[in-house]
Write a protein that binds this ligand. Structure first.
Ligand code: NAD
Ligand code: LMR
Length: 328
């Protein structure tokens, strides 16, 4: 039997937490032969609800679940973590943009970054889900002294999955036929789901879907506004699909990317594609199962460049808005 991986999850009693924990403990995230320890972090008022979630986890009798520790103490919660999944934060309500949450949620990520640096395993990798996830990740990364920037990620995989599903439906093919779909920029209404480089059954999407007006218009806005559409329909933000996005992100980072393909995740920019260094921006990524790299040489036409620049400008504005939370 392999040694267990320790996964810390914040906001574990919330909607996404509820959908996510069973996926981790059942082996969907790290594979069917990988035991896991779960360290579940909540704020004090939600500890009762977390107790209920833990009871349900016990009742699943998961063969791969080695240990489960519920806590509202950040140091205890991140102790020995190999993965820190930062979900805990307030979701937006109808009519809000995700960036409107910055004032409420941003400060959560200073203490969490510090606690990760102080307690987690040195190779800990952190995925931020709580919104606005790119800039919350920026805050956590800059407060996690000593943890390399390459070990921080923010989630845009849900957007990638949404975009693939829309393209597949339009082309009348299965989701799995859509590859090379990159979400560029921010997990926000400015994100750019890049149809110009995406492929369907190995052919450029633009050769398969001739309706350019749909690609430039309805397709992009549907993906950009999908989170808001779900809030309008459910009265609550996405949860099962968000949890699935977390599982997909981590599987994609921990298994080799299929030949010729890439996946979307927001990472610390090294200046690639003219994205200012240090911003957490979504880009095309490949993994060899251990290490990841930004795919270079993806062509951006004028349309794509304008879209990417707008999203990057928004990320720069968000960084400016939280500068007090980032140690100099
Ligand atoms: P939720 O309100 O159901 O649950 C959030 C949980 O976080 C609550 O249980 C709350 O007690 C807890 N929490 C709040 N502050 C905390 C803190 N400081 N430490 C630990 N826990 C804390 O919300 P949800 O639906 O699970 O969504 C969580 C976040 O994920 C929201 O910000 C939402 O907007 C975001 N989200 C992001 C994506 C994405 O694609 N990046 C997708 C869906 C949702
Ligand atoms: C989503 O994309 O579903 C989440 O970011 C939740 C939201 O506020 O849209």
């Amino acid at each position: 039997m392999k040694a267990p991986i320790t996964v810390s999850v914040t906001g574990a009693a919330g909607q996404i937490g509820y959908a996510l924990l069973t996926r981790i403990a059942s082996g969907s995230m790290f594979g069917p032969d990988q035991p896991v320890n779960l360290r579940l972090i909540e704020i004090e008022p939600a500890m009762g609800a977390l107790e209920g979630t833990v009871m349900e986890m016990d009742d699943c009798a998961f063969p791969l679940l080695n240990e489960i520790v519920p806590t509202c103490d950040l140091n205890e919660g991140f102790r020995g973590a190999d993965w820190a999944l930062l979900v805990g934060s307030v979701p937006r309500k109808a009519g809000m943009e995700r960036a409107d949450l910055l004032g409420i949620n941003g400060k959560i990520f200073t203490g969490q970054g510090q606690a990760i640096a102080g307690n987690a395993a040195s190779g800990v990798r952190t995925l931020v889900v709580g919104n606005p996830c790119n800039t919350n990740c920026l805050i956590a990364m800059n407060n996690a002294n000593g943890i390399p920037n390459e070990q921080f990620f923010a989630m845009t995989r849900l957007d990638e999955n949404r975009a693939k599903s829309q393209l597949a439906a339009k082309a009348g093919v299965h989701n799995s036929a859509v590859t090379n779909l990159c979400i560029w920029g921010n997990h926000s209404a400015t994100q750019y789901p890049d149809f110009t480089n995406a492929k369907i059954d190995g052919k450029l999407v633009t050769e398969v879907i001739s309706d350019r007006a749909w690609l430039e218009g309805e397709f992009i806005s549907t993906v950009q506004q999908r989170g808001a559409a779900i809030i309008k329909a459910r009265g609550q933000s996405s949860a099962a699909s968000a949890a699935n996005g977390v599982v997909d992100t981590i599987r994609s980072l921990t298994t080799p990317t299929p030949e010729g393909d890439w996946t979307s995740v927001a990472v610390c920019s090294d200046g690639s594609y003219g994205i200012p260094e240090g911003l957490i921006a979504s880009m095309p990524i490949r993994s060899d199962g251990q290490n990841w790299s930004i795919v270079q040489g993806v062509e951006l036409d004028d349309f794509s460049r304008t879209k990417l620049d707008a999203s990057v400008a928004e990320l720069s504005e968000e960084r400016e808005a939280v500068k007090d939370l980032i140690p100099s």
